[in-house]
Design a protein around this ligand. Sequence first.
Ligand code: PAF
Length: 286
Amino acid sequence: MKIIRTVKELKEVVTADKAQGRSIGLVPTMGALHEGHLSLIERARNDNDIVIVSLFVNPTQFNNPEDLRTYPRTEAADCSKLETAKVDYAFIPSVEEIYPEPDTRVFDLGPVANVMEGAMRPGHFNGVAQIVSKLFAMTTPDRAYFGEKDFQQIAVINKMVELEGFDIEIVECPIKRESDGLAMSSRNVRLTPEQREIAPAIHRTLVGSIDWARNHTVEQTKRYVIDTINSFPSMDTEYYEIVDGHNMQPISDWSDTDYPVGCVTVYCGNVRLIDNIKYPNSTKNN
Ligand code: PAF
């Protein structure tokens, strides 16, 4: 595996690979790699001749400076995982390399970016669109891989791809979970042992809500999830929204969509965790 730190070198290797007719898969990450990332890389490895993984903690998508400061940075451990996963290129640029000048672009991402994470973290999705569009322009991949834990982010990236006219397949990969159901996340390492024990209640509650939803309204189901999660010590739900998975807009009736998805954000102590659940299409009676 080659470690690349400059855009110039990245473009050189990509141009050479493309000239040989090799397909390219990109897995954008912010490092602190876990098995969720490795599952994206494995998928990219199966689909493409060349796999590029970017490790870059993108400052423009953090609206909270403390979150940016404490975001885990584990480059050496990440690189050894990438070697094992048979990645071709690890792209690990500095902030100056990616943003030699401030990126002032404002993306017209529309309704998918205005709710949930977009409402709670102003500027976050614009920052995601900035970095992902830069990475796409630098690597010109055939396919790019994203995890469904960040369900709304995938919708935003699809919108950015449409706006920018990129000819890139966005591959959505299922959430990877710990054996107790907690969605894998780079932030999990910041949980105290007590919080780590409680955190799987998020997924358990979401799964439980599928049964609850069969004979309760959307509003009652939202209440059930929020109240159940908040009944655990140190857990505080920031939002629970049930949306049309096609466009991220909140629904008020199960019959509003054939693809209801519940999206939650929970503070476990001061660690912000997100997760989601797809309700069966049969949740329609209320
Ligand atoms: O999902 C993430 O880790 C980040 O938002 C991404 C897509 C790598 C952009 O910085």
